[in-house]
Design a protein. Structure first.
Ligand SMILES: [Fe+2]
Ligand SMILES: [Fe+2]
Length: 246
């Protein structure tokens, strides 16, 4: 069965040279694919992205990644996206990619996601324009995830986000932070498309595991929680799946 190594929030910068390479020392032997769930760089600088590529040089298995909010900090996310893509990393920004892993075809759908809150306390686009723009940013990311999932022809699908699609994996963070750590609308396409597993980061002090309403496993793989990377084996059969109630 295909094995996925997943980690988020590596926040790469020049002064940590060698650390990530050491983290991924054994990943080729243990997994079929490496998932990087955003905040790849410390502050979104091209020099940090270059440093990340140096650290990832020993990784010979395919790498699938999404960007995180830190990768946006210097408005150079387009260049970071291009640089990683040119190096062979499957960077997903509302796109899907299908890979042959351990004899099986597995589809990955990814996007950064956004903030906004959860369930009945989700922020709504009412009042000031700045609030409407904020809410719209979340809606756009949900649509990008839908588009990415709809591109996949595979039966087996994995979703990658930076922001959390459920609140369960935030448990441990301050409640005041929750609205800035994820958006529950992201879980709807996940449930509707019958994704097998979801990986996200951004919540450095949350919890490692939760479920969507339809019972799809969600892993917070922030490096502060998993220390090296989380290893997940796709099971032989798809988990029992029921559509979520609205
Ligand atoms: Fe982070
Ligand atoms: Fe983040």
């Amino acid at each position: 069965m295909p094995s996925i190594a997943a980690v988020a929030d590596v926040h790469c910068h020049e002064h940590m040279r060698g650390q990530l390479a050491e983290t991924f020392r054994d990943v080729n032997d243990r997994a079929d694919v490496l998932v990087l769930a955003g905040d790849l760089t410390s502050s979104g600088q091209l020099s940090e992205a270059r440093e990340l590529l140096l650290e990832l040089r020993p990784v010979s298995i395919p790498i699938v990644a999404v960007l995180g909010n830190h990768d946006y900090e210097h408005q150079q996310y387009d260049q970071i996206y291009d640089m990683l893509k040119a190096s062979g990393i499957h960077v997903l920004d509302g796109e899907g990619v299908e890979l042959e892993l351990g004899g099986e075809r597995v589809g990955f759908a990814g996007t950064k996601g956004f903030a906004g809150g959860f369930g009945r306390y989700l922020l709504t686009g009412y009042g000031e324009q700045v609030i409407k723009d904020f809410v719209l940013s979340g809606i756009i990311e949900v649509e990008k995830l839908e588009r990415a999932l709809s591109q996949l022809q595979t039966e087996r699908r994995v979703a990658i986000l930076h922001y959390a699609p459920i609140r369960e994996t935030l448990s441990g963070e301050s409640l005041e932070l929750y609205p800035f750590l994820g958006n529950s609308e992201l879980s709807k396409p996940i449930d509707n498309f019958g994704v097998e597993v979801v990986f996200h980061g951004h919540s450095h002090y949350g919890s490692r595991f939760g479920h969507t309403k339809a019972g799809i496993p969600v892993f917070n793989v922030s490096q502060t929680l998993v220390s090296t990377y989380h290893l997940f084996e796709l099971s032989e059969r798809m988990p029992a799946y029921e559509a979520a109630d609205e």
